[in-house]
Design a binder for this molecule. Sequence first.
Ligand code: ADP
Ligand code: MN
Ligand code: MN
Ligand code: MN
Length: 334
Amino acid sequence: MGVYKAEYIWMDGAEPTQKLRCKTKIVPIGQEPPIWGFDGSSTNQAQGHASDCVLRPVFTCPDPVRGGENKLVLCEVLLTDMTPHPTNTRAKCAEAAEKYKDHEMWFGIEQEYTFFEGIKPLGWPDNGFPAPQFGYYCGVGADEVFGRDIVEEHMDACLKAGLKFAGINAEVMPAQWEFQIGPLHGPAAADHMWIARWLLYRIAEDYGASATLAPKPVKGDWNGAGAHTNFSTRAMRSSIDACEAAAEALRGRHELHIANYGAGIEERLTGKHETCSYKQFKWGVSDRGASVRIPWQVAQDGKGYIEDRRPCANMDPYVVCRLITETVCSKVPA
Ligand code: ADP
Ligand code: MN
Ligand code: MN
Ligand code: MN
């Protein structure tokens, strides 16, 4: 009987930012990937004397790296009594999505990231810095763009895996890029994002590059990396008033969101480099210096979605989607 390779992927217990871990199980073709386990004492998820943690598959897709019958298996981590592990942020995200399912919340997440080769961003000179930021955003040409072959291979892989991938662009800082996932419901947007992140790390590995989600990878006059989170409820998709009410609801819990939008957020949300200071909350149409932006097209159409610009590149999409769902849906009628 034939077999396939199931790559189990899960979030570890690293602090302050959880990382991805993975390992392979050989499974007979025709069988679903089963519940499995791992050594939690090596991932900051258990003590050595009671080290077993449980992996429960939550999202499975074709493995575009290995091809064939092979699969990627995103898992949530459970305790051995089958309740969610304290590091399992998906469980609460799924709960919030279920509680407010009448709102039909959709998310579209923009993931910015930076390629590094050793200690410097990919393509940066050994001594000194590249030319100041200007020509790099959506640039073309060997003097403007670094890492495009990895970006293209990653995009193809995400499409082959069947992820809801929306697009890519080169970013403002050289060696910085973005891809977008969505729009998708509640935890699904985050599931797709975690798999897309894993594919990015895995594919960059073959090029000897690492992709970092650090929110301020280079100090000084260089852009940080964010994860703008676009969202809409059914009401927002039919009225601009609901879009504005959602933005106002976010104002009411600004500090809670800032505290959960990625470690190092103070370094990125300075009020410079297309950000609003983390100390302030403001929303506006087309305003890339606002915490929350209503896209021009949305104002024009009188309906659509809004963009929370505060989340950092290293945010946990389960946490961000849960917080936005709770904050907006508890204030704005479905
Ligand atoms: P920006 O202009 O900020 O760079 P992008 O084009 O990079 O915007 O990303 C926009 C994101 O918004 C995409 O991920 C897209 O899927 C998402 N999006 C579009 N419409 C909606 C909607 N109605 N609800 C939620 N997300 C949406
Ligand atoms: Mn974008
Ligand atoms: Mn961007
Ligand atoms: Mn954006």
